[in-house]
Design a protein around this ligand. Structure first.
Ligand code: NDP
Length: 331
């Protein structure tokens, strides 16, 4: 079976040279164990942080060892009655085609008619991040004016839709006209800024948000944060989910020059890590399942095929190659 190892720690933007496709033999499952064939794996921006050798909320990836990340697989051999052959399971054992497990690192997928890979996106970590960040951290209320950066991505596109169905005005920023059209035409977003073509981000965001911004869902950081601060309303909330603009930086990035606006506008700004909120996951799945069933939430996937494509899929996150959830189909 094949798996992807981290060959070198990326300097700046990762390249395919930082990864190695390796063939390994998978041990036969023993009593109590199962053999899992991965069907889908996720690539996520946070993995870039784990490629750096430093202390963080998750330990760094080791060099010359298999990478890890969210995956959906199927049990193909079983000596464990809890996971019969055919069971779909989610795990953190991505970046590999097969693995054996005694079951402690597997979660059976809830029974649904939705495609299993939805549990890596809308019904998984990104969906949960969108929901929690917006409602709990952003303290969303009906009628709020909401702005979302990286608005067409796995998290962003769900944020836009939850805010719409909660009765908010919603605007977002994206890096292409095609993504802008997706948000307006398919998701019902009220206004979109293409941050790559504007020459004045503050002005474009102000135009997109004529009544200012009450909740900013921050995925990007950098210039975006500085521009949004200029447009925030008094008592606004900023849910800091990600700052993808700086994940590949090789030097410290400049801070926003206007942070004093936090005082002037009496803003609240709070970061969060979704794993701290995981106790709320079952309730989230139930709520999101209802929204999907009633047609209030939809999603898109960008799919790369084959494990050998996983590094390109991952790197593609930093070049805007995805609309919706970036996935790798393994089987
Ligand atoms: P996305 O699906 O949004 O993919 C990343 C997107 O970000 C790209 O498609 C691209 O879209 C945009 N992007 C990339 N580089 C830049 C840049 N320099 N400036 C502006 N936009 C950029 O990823 P996710 O939905 O999985 O993650 C979104 C954010 O949420 C990330 O910052 C991630 O780290 C964070 N996150 C945080 C979690 C938490 O617990 N706090 C959990 C999950 C995600 P475009 O073409 O529009 O540029």
């Amino acid at each position: 079976a094949r798996e992807i190892h981290l060959k070198s720690r990326p300097q700046g933007m990762p390249t395919t040279e930082d990864f190695a496709l390796t063939t390994v033999s998978i041990p036969e499952p023993k009593a109590g164990e199962v053999l899992v064939k991965n069907l889908w794996m996720s690539v996520d921006p946070y993995m870039r942080g784990r490629m750096v050798d430093r202390k963080s909320y998750v330990p760094p990836f080791a060099l010359n060892e298999v990478l890890a990340g969210g995956a959906i697989g199927e049990v193909v051999e079983s000596f464990n009655p809890n996971f019969p052959v055919g069971t779909h399971v989610s795990s953190m054992n991505g970046w590999r085609e097969y693995f054996t497990s005694a079951g402690e690192d597997l979660q059976p997928l809830p029974k649904t008619e939705l495609p299993p890979q939805a549990f890596l996106g809308v019904l998984g970590m990104p969906g949960m991040t969108a929901y929690t960040g917006l409602t709990k951290i952003g303290e969303l209320k009906a009628g709020d004016n909401v702005f979302v950066s990286a608005a067409s991505g796995a998290v962003g596109a769900i944020v836009c839709q939850i805010a719409k169905l909660k009765g908010c005005y919603v605007a977002g920023s994206v890096g292409s006209e095609e993504k802008a059209r997706y948000l307006i035409d398919e998701l019902g977003v009220d206004a979109v800024v293409n941050y790559k073509t504007t020459d004045n981000l503050t002005q474009s965001i102000a135009q997109a948000c004529p009544n200012g911004i009450d909740v900013y869902f921050e995925n990007v950081g950098g210039e975006h944060l500085e521009a949004v601060l200029n447009v925030m309303n008094d008592y606004g909330r900023i849910a800091v989910c990600g700052m993808i603009d700086q994940y590949n930086n090789t030097a410290p990035s400049a801070g926003p020059s206007n942070l004093a606006l936090l005082i002037m506008k009496k803003l609240k700004m709070q970061g969060f890590i979704i794993f701290d909120h995981w106790a709320g996951y079952p309730a989230f799945v139930e709520q999101m399942g209802e929204w999907i069933k009633s047609g209030q939430i939809s999603w898109k996937e960008t799919v790369y095929e084959g494990i050998e494509q996983a590094p390109d899929a991952f790197i593609g996150l930093f070049n805007g190659k995805n609309t919706g959830k970036m996935l790798v189909k393994l089987a």
